[in-house]
Structure formats: C-alpha cells, structure tokens
Design a binder for this molecule. Structure first.
Ligand SMILES: [Zn+2]
Length: 49
C-alpha cells in the first residue's frame, strides 16, 4: 500500500535543508545557515495527495 503522504528530496537544497546562499561571502560578516524555504530545513518535501 502506498502511503498517503509522499516524500521526496527537496530540489532546492538537494536534501541538505540548507540551500547555498545567493549572497557572496563578505569578510567580517557572519554567515548564518539559512533554512530552505521550500522544505523548511527538512531536506524533504511532503506531498499530500
Ligand atoms: Zn529544501
């Protein structure tokens, strides 16, 4: 039986939960890991059918 909720790897962050930052690294500026907006840092996206 297939589950009702499908999970697949987030294409935006490729399953890491933290996509690469668009901004270039600047010296003196601390870079915080930004959670993926698509999967909310989970790395997987749940699809409800
Ligand atoms: Zn993601």
């Amino acid at each position: 039986m297939p589950p009702k909720i499908k999970e697949h790897t987030c294409p935006l962050c490729k399953g890491t939960g933290f996509p690469k930052s668009m901004e270039p690294a600047r010296p003196g500026r601390r870079i915080y890991p930004v959670k993926c907006e698509s999967c909310h840092g989970k790395g997987k996206i749940s699809e409800m059918s």
